[in-house]
Design a protein around this ligand. Structure first.
Ligand code: SAH
Length: 247
């Protein structure tokens, strides 16, 4: 058996700063925008010439946050409530030999600015800082398999939770619309996922990170808490701003 060393060609800049609220697969939240910034010798326009003709691309990446944390042949898919074990190769688990992930995402644009080549992507499910190992165009005639079946993951994960915004939270989203145009709708979709990931609904503080007047992401609140997710039962919830200050 041979060992391989892989070199990242690019890194992801994503609004997901922690694993906790990332959708389980790409395109579940179209508002999740990211930049894919090329590095080193790959930071040259010729590497992506023609890619703008494709609406979607495959990202092959390293699960860098969990890659060193080991794996086992059997995993408990969250879909099955953690009660049933499946072979790691029968799942999309992050803890796997070689720690490689794949996501088909929407290509919104190709940019070359100030010596930096980057792809504008949406609907991503990747953590901030994820190393990209390869990029390939999505080929609908071959990659799309409408009649395929998918066992325990046959349907799109849905959550019945609705997120309601406190007035301050709406104002905040409006004030930041130039920086993140779909912030409110992004939060609306991310928040129920947080509940979905962790099982039974409970109050989870989250914060919207703002640095130098720029939205940099949603992270689990350490302290102080900026938004509080308030569960009002099975169908309603609110995100409330709980302190006067933003970081
Ligand atoms: N579409 C991919 C990812 C599926 S697993 C594939 O099928 O291979 C999805 C989970 O990966 C997300 O919920 C997120 O928590 C996790 N994830 C995303 N980027 C990651 C990274 N860089 N390191 C570790 N985990 C990551």
């Amino acid at each position: 058996m041979s060992d391989y060393q892989l070199t990242p060609i690019a890194f992801i800049e994503s609004p997901y700063k922690q694993k906790f609220a990332i959708p389980r697969q790409p395109r579940l939240i179209p508002e999740a925008k990211a930049k894919c910034k090329f590095v080193g010798e790959f930071n040259r326009e010729e590497f992506v010439r023609g890619i703008e003709d494709f609406s979607h691309v495959w990202l092959i990446f390293r699960f860098h946050e969990t890659a060193d944390k080991g794996w086992s042949p059997l995993v408990r898919p969250p879909r099955l409530g953690g009660n049933d074990k499946k072979g790691v190769f029968a799942t999309r688990a992050t803890f796997r030999p070689n720690g490689i992930g794949m996501s088909a995402v929407k290509l919104e644009g190709v940019h070359y600015e100030n010596g930096q080549l980057w792809l504008e992507l949406s609907g991503i499910d990747l953590l901030d800082g994820t190393p990209i190992l390869d990029i390939k165009p999505y080929l609908p005639y071959s990659d799309s398999l409408p009649n395929a079946t998918a066992g325990f993951a046959d349907t799109r994960p849905e959550t019945p939770l609705v997120v309601e915004f406190a007035d301050q939270a709406i104002t905040f989203c409006e004030n930041n619309s130039a920086l993140y145009p779909e912030l409110q709708s992004f939060i609306e979709k991310v928040m129920p996922l947080r509940i979905g990931h962790d099982g039974p609904p409970h109050i989870n503080p989250v914060r919207i990170c703002i640095q130098e007047n720029r939205l940099v992401g949603i992270a689990e609140a350490v302290r102080p808490t900026f938004f509080r997710y308030r569960d009002y039962g099975p169908s309603a919830a609110a995100i409330e701003r709980t302190t006067a200050e933003w970081s």
